[in-house]
Design a protein around this ligand. Structure first.
Ligand code: SF4
Length: 133
């Protein structure tokens, strides 16, 4: 089981070089899945997962002033890795994005993503959900 460390890391939003996306966001640093082929995590190193404090307020500040757009989630770590079931960092991110009129494209290998299929009902705009395995 991974150790969850709370730190403040900023910015949450990073520029994204994928076509159609200006920004990417990873709710977690580190990934519990630790796939052997992954170039984004140190599979030999510590499995600690880092989350940032008060992710909702931080994200709300960072997207203020931006036009609503699609944010890419899951570039460096899986937003629905097992600890998301308790930590809810990704859920909180999606809630902030939804009420501000943003959408998200999500890369995950976890069926935990199905937990959040209700999100279009709490946001003002529907979320775009992409899933690649
Ligand atoms: S799920 Fe993705 S980010 Fe996580 S270890 Fe596997 S390839 Fe890397």
């Amino acid at each position: 089981m991974s150790i969850i460390r709370k730190e403040y890391f900023a910015p949450l939003l990073e520029s994204c070089n994928l076509k159609y996306y200006s920004y990417q966001l990873d709710p977690y640093r580190g990934c519990e899945f630790r796939c052997v082929y992954c170039s984004a995590v140190d599979v030999e190193g510590k499995p600690d997962i880092v989350i940032t404090q008060d992710i909702k307020s931080q994200l709300a500040r960072e997207i203020s002033g931006l036009q609503p757009q699609v944010i890419y989630l899951g570039m460096k770590s899986d937003p629905y890795q097992p600890c998301e079931a308790e930590q809810l960092q990704t859920r909180k991110v999606l809630e902030v994005l939804a009420v501000r009129g943003f959408s998200a494209s999500i890369l995950t290998k976890s069926d935990l993503v199905l937990r959040d299929v209700d999100l279009p009902r709490i946001g003002v705009k529907p979320l775009l959900l992409g899933m690649w395995i």
